[in-house]
Ligand binder design. Structure first.
Ligand code: PEP
Length: 251
């Protein structure tokens, strides 16, 4: 079964609208590589302009969060209805920064997964262990709890469309990346969880990325592993040249 590799940039809280416009102008055409899916997950403020600029290109645009309700008295929040209205294709859910700084639990992540699917937005759902959990040999248990929590109540069809990003927290933004073999071992374990939750066919098609200090110099090594289907990239996705090199490296 061949799965299309997916490189997703997570801009986090970086880039004004003019900066996003100039980034897009530089990567258009170049970060569009046959056989690789390219996604830019930008701050909400950039989404109207990026979804327009991406029209007619193969680059998909993603958000970094959504609220699980469709509308209501939730000051400061953005719903799936609003994102779909802009033409957003993907949304990062359960990123470790949101779990750590904004109190997102597995239950909230699960509600957001359902909200994304209600509006035809594909989730990129993040799971991964803290350093102390890795040191206590709890990596698989943490990934199991987070994966089972995130997929509660989703159909096999929805699960098959979802992208999972395995992001060991100690590797995010630290320059310390997991070895490709270690990342592959955890990712194949996550794939086995999907098989247990659903079936073999779903586990075969679901795409699972690695994230954590991926850069142009190491992306090819991750992509060479049997179960790694791409990367979710923070820091190295912010510069056009580096983003283009990441997409080219995923071929
Ligand atoms: C991320 O933000 O999801 C991430 C993996 O960041 P970085 O690539 O900077 O480690």
């Amino acid at each position: 079964m061949s799965r299309t590799p997916i490189i997703a940039g997570n801009w986090k809280m970086f880039k004004t609208v003019p900066e996003a416009e100039s980034f897009f102008a530089e990567v258009k055409g170049k970060a569009e590589v046959a056989g690789v899916e390219t996604v830019i997950c930008a701050p909400f403020t950039n989404l109207p302009v990026l979804t327009k600029l991406a029209e007619g290109t193969s680059i998909k645009i993603g958000a970094q969060n959504l609220h699980f309700e469709d509308s209501g008295a939730f000051t400061g929040e953005i719903s799936g209805v609003m994102l779909k209205d802009l033409g957003v294709d993907y949304v990062i859910l359960g990123h470790s920064e949101r779990r750590a700084y904004f109190g997102e639990t597995d239950e909230i992540v699960n509600k957001k997964m359902h909200a994304a699917f209600r509006h035809g937005i594909t989730p990129i759902v993040c799971v991964g262990e803290k350093l102390e959990e890795r040191e206590a040999d709890q990596t698989k248990e943490v990934c199991k709890v987070q994966t089972e929590g995130a997929f509660q109540g989703l159909t096999a069809e929805q699960a098959a469309q979802t992208v999972i990003a395995y992001e060991p927290i100690w590797a995010i933004g630290t320059g310390k990346s997991s070895t490709s073999a270690d990342a592959n071992e955890v990712i194949s374990y996550i794939r086995s969880l999907i098989k247990d939750l659903y079936d073999e066919a779903t586990a075969e098609v679901i795409r699972i990325q690695y994230g954590g200090s991926v850069k142009p110099e190491n992306v090819t090594e991750y992509m060479g592993q049997s179960d790694i289907d791409g990367a979710l990239v923070g820091g190295a996705s912010l510069q056009p040249a580096s983003f283009i090199a990441l997409v080219e490296g995923a071929k």
